[in-house]
Write a protein that binds this ligand. Structure first.
Ligand SMILES: [Zn+2]
Length: 149
């Protein structure tokens, strides 16, 4: 088994789409931290967004295996229909990392509202390297309909 790679970002990476500005602001050990800042007029909840959850789950069937501490014992499929877009991005990112070779059992994530208004913190831990993480972030944004990377 390989040891997790450790790398520091030389400068924060940032992606701007019609939905949000996503900043990869730190990557250390096996944990990456993102900020998700919705654009001023962009929806923050998935039921306000034109994302076809069924198609998303067909594109990434592993999402059906995701579990989430939502306190309501809902499946992630049900959760994905009405949750924060940042939260859905976290799960899509986790799934993309899993399908690109990170051991699924080692990947964990959390999304929380930040102190700053309309900003979310996304933390994903698992065996990743910077290039793989950046590639998966770009793919996740594309899958959520942000075609303007
Ligand atoms: Zn979750």
């Amino acid at each position: 088994m390989s040891a997790p790679q450790t790398a520091a970002l030389r400068s924060p990476r940032r992606w701007t789409s019609r939905l949000a500005v996503v900043t990869l602001h730190s990557y250390s050990g096996n944990t990456l931290r993102l900020y998700y800042e919705p654009q001023p007029m962009a929806p923050t909840m998935t039921d306000e967004l034109n994302v076809d959850v069924t198609s998303l789950f067909e594109a990434l069937p592993g999402l059906r295996r995701h579990r989430c501490d939502n306190g309501r014992h809902r499946s992630f499929f049900d959760e994905a229909r009405h949750t924060e877009v940042a939260h859905l991005l976290e799960h899509v990112l986790i799934e993309l990392l899993a399908t690109s070779g990170c051991p699924r059992c080692q990947i964990q994530g959390a999304t929380n509202l930040d102190e700053a208004p309309r900003r979310y913190r996304i933390k994903v831990s698992g065996w990743v390297n910077v290039a793989q993480a950046e590639d998966c972030i770009e793919k996740a944004l594309l899958l959520l309909g942000s075609q303007e990377l």
